[in-house]
Design a protein around this ligand. Sequence first.
Ligand code: SF4
Ligand code: SF4
Ligand code: SF4
Length: 260
Amino acid sequence: MSKPRVAFFDFSSCEGCQLQIVNLEEAVIDVIKLVDIVAFREAMKEHSDDYDIAIVEGSITRPMDVERIKKIRENAKILIALGACAHLGGVQRLGNQWTPEENKAEVYSRHPGGPESTGDDNPFFEKPRHLALDEVVKVDYVIPGCPIDKGEFAKVLIALLTGKKPPIPDYPVCVECKKKENICMFEIGKFCMGPLARAGCGAACPSAGNECEACRGYVSDPHNNAHMEVLKKYGLTPQEIMQRNTMFTYRYIEEAKGGV
Ligand code: SF4
Ligand code: SF4
Ligand code: SF4
């Protein structure tokens, strides 16, 4: 029986999630052997547009990206969003708060050559709004995180190949954090998105003394109001809450405002 054909694609991203897969350890490479990889720009020269599963990294930004992802969707039986850029629109989605002109002035005026060097007709500035994949095409599965966890990638692939539901947790990071008996970030005057963030990372950030910024997105039924009350209780102003609530999760704020 022929193996499922898998192709990797990238849009606006740092390519760090694909790098996680390139760097798979031996045990996980065995999983990859269960499929035929027919396109993976970061790892091989060969390319085929005949594939069953498309694994896509990055946010959709330009009109030409919309056309490209629609074509990928047409070709694929299954489409997987890989990492926070594809899942949520990524850190770059923060740029949706400002107009293209404001972003351009802020970023390029600081660099030698300035905005003139990019040219006003540069297609990047046509309509640069960062969107998650599922805001443009149907997405079948998401592997969350920035970057993704290689072990979780392997588990999702095995589940797909064996006809099972991919095992992505739907409870908050706090659950994993409490199990590890970490001191809560709030108790030491820090901020944390753990009550809203989707678990599966083993509470990686709080376990290392860092604040969780919900790179894996929110659980499907997050208790936003309760989280806000906790933040206020620990003395954060609405402006501070807004600034720190948005690293990976500006998508939710746009959706709460009524869409993008
Ligand atoms: S999710 Fe993070 S690691 Fe993955 S491509 Fe986006 S920025 Fe890079
Ligand atoms: S540190 Fe963060 S993840 Fe851990 S219990 Fe506190 S709020 Fe939850
Ligand atoms: S603790 Fe939060 S920010 Fe850190 S990896 Fe987990 S979900 Fe992402």
